[in-house]
Design a protein. Sequence first.
Length: 260
Amino acid sequence: MNNENNKSIHDFDFNLICEFFSNMERQGPGSPEVTLQALSFIDNLSDKSLIADIGCGTGGQTMVLAQHVPGEIIGLDLFSDFINIFNHNANRLGLQDRVKGIVGSMDSLPFQNEELDLIWSEGAIYNIGFERGLNEWRKYLKPGGYIAVSESSWFTDERPSEINDFWMDAYPEIDTISNQVAKVHKAGYLPVATFILPENCWTEHYFTPKIKAKEIFLNKYSGNKTAEELIVSQRYEEELYNKYKEFYGYVFFIAKKVIQ
Ligand code: SAH
């Protein structure tokens, strides 16, 4: 049984993780500059365009996008608290007429076939898996539409076992950039551009804001073992990044739906 008073540890963890991340502008590595760099490869947008930002979180990147593209943007995320913050941010920036956040899951998207001009997804496609996401989302794009996703990648063919084991446990679908580009192609897209996110997407835009989020969180949950464990795991991820950043990172893939 699983009611309000009897939440499984899994539910509790998920809510706790989301609460921690809701105190950050972004929930993954990235930056406004990188969002705009990825956008610079996309040339099919007009004020009639429909764009989906899948796994949008609180919308850090969506608001940047919205301020630089015409058309309507729908942000979709599984977590309703993120969507509330997203819609609040859209209102605050006066974007509410063309930017809307909705709760939903990336494995059953509420779009029509060939309805979208652009699918955006930063640091989120891993939740469904890179290949599965590319394959399943393609049908929602118009022919000639674009997809822009960021995903974790290996930078070398071999790597130390500590970092290899960490990723094999967290996300075994992580792959080398050349293999990922081949998967993009195989899924029916023309790979238009691929670039590695610079280090400041992790440091300045992800780890630094986390310091404040950790403080808020630990104040609220001091003595809570699960909350403290969550912070320890976050610190470990940061340590691993600092130690092994030449072996992995995030990569942006921009691709165009081609007729096959
Ligand atoms: N794009 C944002 C958030 C990345 S974090 C940014 O770059 O800042 C990954 C996001 O995916 C989280 O907001 C999480 O709630 C969301 N997510 C996880 N599983 C999902 C699913 N099945 N469907 C939609 N969103 C999901």
